[in-house]
Design a protein around this ligand. Structure first.
Ligand SMILES: Nc1ncnc2c1ncn2[C@@H]1O[C@H](COP(=O)(O)OP(=O)(O)O)[C@@H](O)[C@H]1O
Ligand SMILES: [Mg+2]
Length: 263
């Protein structure tokens, strides 16, 4: 576990430090994979009810999710299927409910980085069905490419989100990138730790996102994600948010507002 924590810290340190190669055309054109934009309810309804035509194994990953394929010609080809019953596995808290709650929080905050997730049953087992992102590249594939100006803002938004939801598992396997350089956040089964620690160091802050995070209260979180989070998890989320506020206030005091709120 120490090894994995060390690897993760190394990865996060490398996010900003690695030199970047000259511009290369993105491998998958300029297409956005955010097909659900403005159509969340439609995609949610489809994922909840579409019959599963076949189930395939996913070769990468730790918890061995499956990929559920729907009938051809439907709204979506497939979904990642994670029937992770809430509990500890290999020392980590895991729950399919955290996948749903992460998506609901993304919606509440108008983040737009987590693909659609719904709770459903397949073969009698409850789990999270996560819209499969088509035509995306892995972190490793895009790492050597020169990034557009939008990139650092997306990373800053990711960090705020991971701190808020208490996600200790942001690593290169849990990030995907489309042809338009949109960054996607996946794999939140370990998030919503009942813990006040902030997994990411905050350096720069997106004003619009932070304003929405500052406005969160118990009522708003319960309304959005109360079906998948208990009271204690919600209180921990709010405690992390308050800690983020204190961290940001200290940064502003030290470096000035303009150096912290750069977007
Ligand atoms: N919604 C998705 N769209 C595209 N690829 C996905 C999606 N969900 C998972 N994957 C792929 O499957 C891998 C494993 O899924 P992940 O949710 O990270 O589970 P694990 O807990 O096993 O790490 C990911 O690294 C990614 O390559
Ligand atoms: Mg993963």
């Amino acid at each position: 576990m120490l090894q994995s924590v060390t690897n993760q810290m190394l990865f996060l340190a490398l996010l900003f430090l690695l030199p970047q190669a000259p511009a290369t055309a993105p491998s998958s054109g300029q297409a956005s994979a955010r097909v659900w934009e403005g159509r969340n309810a439609e995609y949610e309804a489809y994922l909840r009810a579409a019959p599963v035509a076949r189930m395939a194994a996913i070769e990468i990953g730790v918890t061995h999710p499956k990929r559920a394929f729907f009938a051809e010609g439907g709204l979506a080809t497939s979904a990642a299927w994670k029937p992770l019953r809430p509990g500890f596995r290999n020392g980590y808290w895991e729950s399919y409910k955290s996948e749903v709650a992460a998506y609901e929080l993304d919606k509440l905050l108008d983040l737009g980085m987590v693909p659609v997730v719904v709770e459903r049953r397949i073969d009698g087992a409850p789990g999270a069905a996560i819209l499969w992102l088509e035509g995306v590249r892995t972190w490793t594939e895009v790492q050597p490419l020169t990034k557009p100006a939008s990139w650092s803002r997306q990373l800053a938004r990711m960090k705020l989100f991971d701190d808020l939801i208490g996600n200790p598992d942001r690593n290169k396997g849990n990030l995907l990138v489309d042809g338009a350089w949109n960054l996607y956040l996946i794999d939140h089964s370990r998030a919503f730790l009942d813990d006040r620690a902030l997994p990411q160091a905050i350096d720069h802050v997106d004003s619009a996102l932070w304003t929405r995070m500052e406005a969160l209260d118990e009522r708003a979180i319960s309304a959005a994600a109360g079906a998948w989070l208990n009271k204690s998890q919600i209180n921990s989320l709010l405690a992390r948010r308050d800690k983020m506020a204190a961290t940001i206030a200290a940064l502003v005091k030290k470096n000035g507002r303009a150096a912290v709120f750069v977007w």
